[in-house]
Design a protein around this ligand. Structure first.
Ligand code: NAP
Length: 258
């Protein structure tokens, strides 16, 4: 399917690996020029070189997107983009008895205030052009809270509330905002969470993964490329009537009729 976005320009934050990289790759395959960001220069440049193989322009901005300096550097490179995909690392697992106000503030900064700052800065130009697409990578924890990821449950709920209201305010100007909610996907983040189970339960990594796969009706982890393809569709010309939605990509893990 021709997504109709060849020649558009996109920013994907936290995009050197995993789901962000999957989104950047699917957009590059659709002919979209990219600004991509991550903290580690080596993986970021390797990803940029790979993306340039699709024949698109790729600008890299190395830095922490949750810091003021990182955010400003990214915004300077991404002024006027047509498409914004927000992403950042997820908060660490733990338990409610141990989290401090500082832990909550860090999670809120990364997974709520940073995407809101990116949207606030970049949507006015989209509105002026009468066309724009925003996709926020959030989590299945927005719909079905994960007890050990309470920091994520809390911060992402705030972002989801912001998107629920704001998406209806920008839709009249041809700008859509939607959230993609990953269930378990085969990335470094999933491997790190598997390792946490290994450490606390004393089972092998293979057993931890098999246990988690057994909770998913699709009986496997999702892939970054199928996640990216869904993101690219939401950024396409065909998705202009999809507004303010929270789209779960979880292999059926959340057991719900609606
Ligand atoms: P990942 O494989 O660990 O990749 C994270 C990417 O983001 C890397 O490129 C990393 O590069 C970059 N990054 C992390 N923190 C950053 C920061 N502060 N500033 C700039 N770049 C940063 O993670 P993932 O699995 O793709 O997860 C992406 C998001 O989806 C996370 O918020 C995660 O919590 C959420 N999620 C993932 C899953 C899953 O199963 N994978 C499920 C639910 C939700 P550098 O480290 O070099 O910066």
């Amino acid at each position: 399917m021709d997504l109709g976005i060849t020649g558009k320009r996109a920013l994907v934050t936290a995009a050197s690996k995993g789901l962000g990289r999957g989104c950047a790759e699917a957009l590059a395959a659709a002919g979209v020029d990219l600004v991509i960001n991550a903290r580690g220069a080596e993986a970021l440049e390797a990803t940029a070189a790979h993306l340039r193989g699709f024949g698109v322009n790729v600008v890299t901005v190395c830095g922490d997107i949750t810091s003021d300096a990182g955010l400003q550097a990214v915004l300077a490179a991404a002024a006027g983009v047509d498409i914004l995909v927000t992403n950042a690392g997820g908060p660490p697992p733990g338990s409610w008895e141990n989290w401090t106000k500082a832990d909550y503030l860090k999670a809120i900064e990364a997974n709520m205030l940073t995407p809101i700052a990116l949207m606030t800065a970049l949507m006015p130009a989209m509105i002026a052009k009468g066309w724009g697409r925003v996709v926020n990578i959030t989590s299945q924890s927005v719909k079905a809270p994960i007890p050990q990821l309470g920091l994520s449950n809390a911060a992402r709920a705030g972002l989801t509330g912001f998107v629920g209201g704001t998406s209806r305010q920008v839709a009249p100007y041809g700008v859509t905002i939607n959230n993609l909610l990953p269930g378990i996907h085969d990335t470094d983040r999933a491997t790190a969470l598997d390792a946490g189970i290994v450490a606390t339960r004393g089972i092998t990594a293979a057993a931890a993964r098999a246990e988690r796969c057994a909770t998913i009706p699709a009986r496997r982890y999702g892939t970054a490329s199928e996640f990216g393809a869904t993101c690219a569709f939401l950024c396409s010309q065909h998705a202009g009537y999809i507004v303010g939605q929270n789209i779960l990509l979880d292999g059926g893990a959340m057991n719900a009729t609606l």
